[in-house]
Design a protein around this ligand. Structure first.
Ligand code: FES
Length: 147
């Protein structure tokens, strides 16, 4: 491959990557939950928060964001299936940047680490999984124990 071809293919790859990231962000709908209770370091979030009605359309959120006053980073509450939730602390385990959550992936804007919706590292440079929180639930609510 000559120099010109290399530069051209590199530019195309770079533009594709940027386009994919933009598309990923554009398709993600984020919802911050402001209507939550906190008592004895336990957050209570209504399950109905996952359902959003917009212009006569009902949308099921894949995750919710919660930012209690006493924690430095938001918490992403993922609904993996009907009765399986995961609460992830959005602090990158590499060098502590705030992650950007999407439907199935969380991306670090600092150095590109990625995590799945269970908090597991899927791409470095981060080596450790995300901090998670203990969860319980009943028919109406989800409870997140923040320590
Ligand atoms: S701080 Fe997240 S990848 Fe470096």
């Amino acid at each position: 491959m000559d120099r010109r071809s290399f530069i051209k293919s590199s530019c195309i790859s770079c533009a594709s990557g940027i386009g994919a990231m933009w598309l990923l962000q554009a398709c993600t709908t984020q919802k911050y939950v402001t209507n939550f209770e906190i008592k004895d370091k336990k957050l209570t979030i209504k399950k109905s928060e996952f359902t959003v009605v917009k212009k006569d359309k009902t949308i099921e959120q894949k995750f919710l964001l919660i930012k209690p006053d006493n924690v430095s980073f938001p918490i992403a509450l993922y609904k993996l299936n009907e009765n399986n939730y995961k609460a992830l602390y959005l602090e990158c385990t590499h060098q502590g940047c705030e992650l950007t959550p999407h439907e199935t992936v969380l991306v670090c804007p600092c150095h590109g680490a990625e995590f799945n919706s269970k908090g597991e590292v899927t791409q470095g440079p981060a080596e450790n999984n995300l901090k998670t929180f203990e969860i319980s639930y009943d028919k109406e609510n989800i409870y997140i124990q923040i320590n």
